[in-house]
Design a binder for this molecule. Structure first.
Ligand SMILES: [Fe+2]
Ligand SMILES: [Fe+2]
Length: 167
């Protein structure tokens, strides 16, 4: 499937891979939003029946994405002194994202509480994505040669595969 995070019609660099994953995280969060209180009983029941799979997909994707960055990209960037503060902040934001995810995964949340938790997660994740896309990726692309960035893309894809298998 062409929208799979690991499939590209061209040779991706690490940023292409991560941008694709960011897109898919945004979409999965959006898809997990419960229907409004005015939705019909049928819609609510149908949503409820499939919500466990949606939340599981979201959990796996978030964990695979954060962990692959922590294993591959962030350690690589730490060889550059001026990335140090940015990476500290990135780790902190990953911690916040994981704790927002934990809140969402609590058992038996009402639609209302689920929506609140999803909005909180959405806010933490979108801010973090924005931070990476604005403050980290452009400098990384300028600083690191294309072939090295392509090598890191393969490592990210590999790390993600092994993390998803283990999840
Ligand atoms: Fe990140
Ligand atoms: Fe990211």
């Amino acid at each position: 499937m062409s929208n799979q995070p690991e499939t590209f019609p061209f040779q991706p660099d690490a940023v292409d891979v991560l941008l694709r994953e960011h897109e898919s995280l945004r979409r999965l969060i959006q898809e997990a939003m419960p229907p409004s209180p005015s939705a019909s009983e049928l819609e609510r029941v149908a949503f409820d029946a499939e919500q466990p799979q949606r939340l599981e997909a979201l959990r796996t994707e978030i964990e695979a994405h954060l962990s692959a960055e922590e294993r591959v990209l962030y350690p690589y960037l730490l060889q550059f002194d001026d990335f140090r503060t940015l990476i500290t902040r990135a780790h902190e934001e990953h911690r916040n994202a994981r704790s927002a995810l934990q809140n969402l995964l609590e058992e038996n949340l009402s639609f209302e509480r689920m929506k609140k938790s999803l909005l909180a997660l959405q806010s933490v994740i979108s801010q973090h994505i924005l931070f990476e896309e604005r403050d980290i990726f452009p400098v990384f692309r300028k600083r690191v040669a294309r072939t090295d960035r392509e090598g890191l893309a393969l490592q990210l894809i590999q790390a993600r595969k092994s993390l998803k298998k283990a999840a």
